[in-house]
Design a protein around this ligand. Structure first.
Ligand code: NAX
Ligand code: ADP
Ligand code: MG
Length: 282
């Protein structure tokens, strides 16, 4: 099996870019997060807030109508576009030109939403992060993977990965099958877990941050927002994935002495992104 490259402080120093002194929100990246359905607007809310807190200049969400007031109240910094439907996404249309799109958190898998994702993939040319229900929809319609732009980042947890690549019977088989999938579809796969591994063709990266405090609802939705943010800020897709995963894990390592494993929640990831950035820049 290929030896992994460990994602440690040294690997991060090679990739991290400090924002320029004269930067402004117009060049600091505009990210779009698409997702949400009735009862799962929180997933988009977490993702969008994490996206902002990871340094993106502008963040817009595209959600079903029922999430409008929730989003505008929860995060006034975020701009909101809504679908024509109340409870689910049915037609993804927007006139903005984001540099990166994260799609999937809380999306649901209703048939109209599946069709909307298909239509979106047929026309989209923007760099993408695909997570959660958008991955589950792709697993049910594998032929749509040919519509995904090269170097798209997929962020499956183990069950989502199984739906995508099928069952495995050893760690080695899991990695080998994921490598084959990554090469076949030219995608980067963030295999979330303990530890998270990132597969980019034949190259395997293994994260060194994070702990069991991250086993909490919404922590993956937050990761999607963080990686989308970095992608919108012009990081190469592989660097956005590596830096996002490392910082995400670091938040839990930083917070652990204060929260313990049990009381750490996804919002604590977001609350500690600043400290995580500070600790990689010293
Ligand atoms: N506040 C919110 O609105 C939240 C919304 N969420 C959304 O809910 C939808 C469903 O996502 P879920 O992931 O809950 O449902 P899924 O059905 O995709 O995954 C849950 C299944 O995967 C298994 N699984 C998950 N992590 C695993 C691991 N590390 N090892 C082994 N098995 C693992 C679980 O045991 C369970 O069987 C998504 O759209 C997601 O974004 C969740 O992220 C939770 C929070
Ligand atoms: N025991 C653990 N140790 C380290 N990281 C973990 C652990 N459990 C979960 N995580 C991390 O938490 C995140 C969970 O993502 P996901 O299952 O998609 O959550 P959700 O869909 O609820 O947002 C992943 O980044 C995963 O690597
Ligand atoms: Mg998830």
């Amino acid at each position: 099996m290929t030896n992994p490259i460990y994602i440690n402080q040294k690997e991060i120093q090679k990739r991290y870019k400090q924002p320029g002194k004269h930067t402004h929100k117009g060049i600091q990246g505009h990210a779009l997060i698409i997702g949400g359905s009735y009862g799962k607007i929180g997933a988009v809310s977490l993702s969008a807030k994490a996206c902002l807190k990871t340094g993106c200049g502008l963040v817009t969400v595209f959600i079903p109508k029922c999430g409008y007031t929730i989003l505008q109240t929860a995060i006034p910094e975020v701009m909101v576009l809504t679908d024509i439907q109340e409870e689910k996404i049915s037609n993804i249309t927007f006139e903005i030109a984001p540099q990166a799109i994260g799609i999937g958190p809380g999306l649901g898998q209703k048939i109209e939403t599946q069709k909307a994702l298909h239509q979106f993939l047929k026309t989209n040319k923007t760099s993408l992060v695909i997570d959660a229900d958008a991955l589950n929809i792709l697993s049910q319609n594998k032929e749509w993977l040919s519509l995904v732009p090269p170097k798209t980042i997929l962020t499956p947890h183990p069950k989502e990965l199984e739906r995508l690549i099928g069952k495995w019977y050893s760690e080695e088989e899991k990695i080998n099958n994921t490598i084959s999938f990554s090469k076949q579809h030219q995608v980067i796969i963030v295999m979330k877990g303990a530890p998270t591994q990132i597969i980019d063709g034949e190259t395997v990266y293994e994260n060194t941050t994070g702990n069991a405090a991250l086993a909490t609802a919404g922590s993956g939705d937050v990761l999607t927002g963080m990686i989308t943010s970095l992608l919108a800020q012009s990081y190469e897709p592989i660097s956005a994935a590596i830096l996002g995963v490392y910082l995400h894990g670091l938040t839990a390592d930083i917070a652990l002495p204060e929260t313990g494993y049990q009381s750490f929640i996804a919002s604590d990831v977001i609350a500690n992104i600043g400290k995580a950035f500070l600790s990689i820049t010293v």
